[in-house]
Design a protein around this ligand. Structure first.
Ligand code: IPE
Ligand code: IPE
Ligand code: MG
Length: 243
């Protein structure tokens, strides 16, 4: 049994709309309740000493949602970031982002810039928010950057391998997620961290994101610790240290 904490936890925070519908509330009420879960999960990961937490907050596909839901989500994000800056600082959390930040409304971009800058010297948890993020788009962007470097003569195409390619992704410098949690019972990636999740352990919680609590996070970590990660080897090879 592996007692180590995951170095990187990724979460697909899903089910806000269903949480709200079940209570006859508007979808935005579900997103508001989801923001509360977000706060408690961030604080707990910081307290436990998890080094990286990536949260899927808005996908490239989510731009297709009704305009009022998008506006509500963006407003909520802006308020959350402003309100939570003190909590992030108190917990030594460094905020970073992945995704097409330039697609977000100007006010959200400037708030993000401020909070990232304010928290940049924090040395505890790195909280990585995936905003206007799509795994395929990120891989295409990485290929474009690598192509440009080759065209400028700065990169030998024969030197390209998977670890070099990773340096062109928006997650460059972060370890791949060890554990991915998705709430509300859905068993799909929905275009999240496609490249990085090649060997990630999955945990699907039945609860919606607003109902997901610290105990559920602990359960996911415990289950992760009980798994044997074989990375293509046999079980006996793993137990004897890869021989
Ligand atoms: C997740 O909850 C939040 C975002 C995708 C922004 P949903 O809004 O997807 O909730 P469901 O899946 O409709 O219940
Ligand atoms: C994935 O959830 C995106 C986020 C959690 C931000 P969705 O609710 O958008 O995913 P699908 O549409 O059910 O696959
Ligand atoms: Mg959903």
């Amino acid at each position: 049994m592996n007692q180590e904490l995951p170095r990187h936890i990724a979460i697909i925070m899903d089910g806000n709309g269903r949480w709200a519908s079940a209570r006859n509330l508007p979808r935005i009420a579900g997103h508001r309740a989801g923001a509360e879960t977000l706060r408690s999960v961030v604080e707990e990961c910081a307290r436990l000493g998890v080094p990286y937490l990536t949260l899927f907050a808005f996908s490239t596909e989510n731009w297709g949602r009704p305009k009022d839901e998008i506006a509500g989500l963006m407003g909520l994000l802006d308020r959350y970031l402003k309100k939570e800056t003190t909590t992030l600082m108190k917990n030594n959390v460094r905020l970073v982002t992945i995704g097409r930040i330039a697609d977000l409304p100007g006010n959200v971009q400037s708030t993000l810039r401020k909070v990232c800058e304010t928290s940049s010297a924090n040395t505890g948890l790195t909280l990585n928010l995936a905003l206007s993020y799509g795994g395929r788009e990120d891989i295409v962007e990485a290929a474009r950057k690598a192509g440009k470097a080759i065209a400028r003569g700065e990169l030998d195409p024969d030197a390209m391998d998977s670890s070099l390619f990773s340096t062109f992704l928006s997650t460059a410098g972060m370890p791949d997620p060890d554990l991915m949690i998705r709430t509300s019972g859905e068993m799909r990636l929905s275009n999240f961290l496609l490249w990085e999740s090649a060997y990630t352990e999955f945990f699907v919680a039945r609860k919606t994101w607003p109902d997901f609590g610290i105990q559920d996070l602990h359960e996911a970590i415990r289950e992760f610790q009980a798994r044997e990660r074989r990375f293509g080897l046999t079980s006996s090879q793993v137990r004897s240290g890869g021989k």
